[in-house]
Write a protein that binds this ligand. Structure first.
Ligand code: ADP
Ligand code: ASP
Ligand code: MG
Length: 412
């Protein structure tokens, strides 16, 4: 079995969906499970619906626009009289009636029930289009296979149950399913975190003991930096799982950071390739002798710099760290970088769920703090120590760290 993943950019309009068929034509479609994300920016749009629902604003018009976006794509792929239109309408009726009936005040729960629809609709459209383009496939509801706990918006995978479910599938068939979505023990939908479709592909690859996995992107592969941000970047043709996991962890958004671990566990060869030019080799990630360790650049935006000092000039000790980290856990704030000195702890924090103000407020009971929001974490992998000076030029550096072969700077 091999696993393919097509992200939002690869199915953003009718032409792109047709291009997916061209990729399959080039690659062959046999014993393949295809994971599909929501189309274009649908997830952002559905997030707005949920936000407006909770803010008691009018969200109906937004639903209507998202529906129209999908109907327009379908018009470019299917004749006028086609069952897919009724299916699209049904999905949106379901969102609407769910929100009307909903009594749960749990934002994250409601978010998952609504935002997951982007993947449901997208996978239906792609599956039906491929079926009519000689790429016969069975549509799967990923929620019947990937089981998680009930941490809505960031489900924690139950690997044993998930693997057992996936093993029941007939590996001689072709499947199309959704990225990003799973379900809990009561079969409520749980999402795996934004950009989680790469991770879904890895979960299926793990469950199938797949022979390989490929994620199809709008770039030639993993490069030495995001080509949208950095000039003169080059393609990494072959890197280790470790290098890829480090790059993804530091913020190279071309691969979701959770993707690597399941693949590494089973040594599944992993490719990142361009859906615009599928015959190009792309990046191979795995255990190879020719793995490259080139200087690479990663910029992670929307970070928070926080300096925490003891109020009484006492040392930052284990009990302080315990208190600070318990609060980070409570507010689901992630540490991107940290460093401590005698009386202060400096942190670079990622606050996906918008709790930084409450966190800092709680800290004030025992600590003094200095918070600078909207900073970036700049990381250089495999840095040439001899030439690090150039990275400091014209930068306001709040915090820096050089460890092994990685330079990291929090910059304002
Ligand atoms: P998907 O369509 O699967 O959601 P993404 O948009 O999440 O794909 O990922 C592809 C994008 O990742 C590229 O368009 C590029 O801007 C960005 N990117 C970030 N870091 C890198 C890197 N090191 N190499 C290639 N692309 C990168
Ligand atoms: N559609 C989801 C998102 O935009 C998951 C994904 O694309 O990977 O975050
Ligand atoms: Mg994406």
């Amino acid at each position: 079995m091999k696993v393919f993943k097509f992200g939002g950019a690869s199915v953003k309009d009718a032409e792109s969906v047709k291009n997916v068929a061209l990729v399959l034509d080039n690659q062959g479609f046999k014993n393949c499970l295809m994971v599909v994300s929501a189309m274009g920016k649908t997830t952002n749009a559905l997030e707005m619906v949920v936000a407006d629902y909770f803010a008691k604003k009018d969200y109906q018009q937004e639903i209507e626009e998202i529906k129209q976006f999908h109907i327009d794509i379908a018009k470019g792929l299917f004749p006028e009289e086609h069952p897919v239109y009724a299916e699209i309408n049904l999905f949106f009726d379901d969102i609407d009636s769910f929100l009307r009936r909903n009594k749960s005040p749990n934002y994250n729960f409601v978010y998952d029930q609504v935002v997951s629809c982007g993947e449901m609709i997208s996978s239906k459209i792609v599956s039906e289009f491929l079926n009519e383009s000689q790429f016969g496939n069975v549509w799967l509801d990923a929620r019947d296979y990937i089981k998680t706990d009930n941490t809505y918006r960031e489900g924690v995978v139950n690997w044993k149950g998930t693997q057992e479910n996936i093993k029941k599938l007939d590996a001689s068939k072709n499947y199309v399913t959704q990225g990003f979505i799973a379900s809990d023990e009561h079969n409520f939908t749980v999402t795996l975190g934004r950009e989680g479709s790469d991770y879904t592909a890895a979960i299926f690859a793990y469950g199938f003991d797949a022979s390989e996995m490929t994620i199809w992107k709008d770039v030639p592969g993993v490069m030495t930096g995001d080509p949208r941000i950095f000039d003169d970047v080059e393609l990494l043709s072959s890197i280790s799982y470790e290098e890829a996991i480090e790059m993804a962890y530091y913020g190279a958004s071309v691969i979701h950071p959770k993707t690597l671990q399941p693949l590494k566990q089973k040594d599944i060869p992993f490719f990142v390739k361009s859906f615009l030019d599928p015959s190009m080799p792309g990046t191979k990630i795995g255990n190879a002798d020719d793995n490259q360790y080139l200087e690479s650049y990663i910029l992670k935006k929307n970070q928070n710099y926080l300096m925490v000092d003891t109020r009484d000039f006492s040392f930052i000790a284990e009990d302080h760290l315990k208190e600070i980290f318990s609060l980070l856990l409570k507010y689901n704030i992630k540490v991107s970088l940290m460093q401590n000195s005698a009386i202060s702890l400096e942190l670079c924090l990622e606050d996906k769920f918008g709790h930084i103000a409450e966190f800092v407020q709680d800290l004030h009971a025992n600590f003094q703090t200095q918070l600078i929001q909207n900073v970036s974490l700049f990381t250089v992998r495999n840095v040439n120590i001899e030439e690090v000076e150039k990275f400091y030029k014209d930068q306001k550096v709040l915090l820096e760290q050089l460890s092994k072969n990685t330079l990291q700077m929090v910059i304002q």
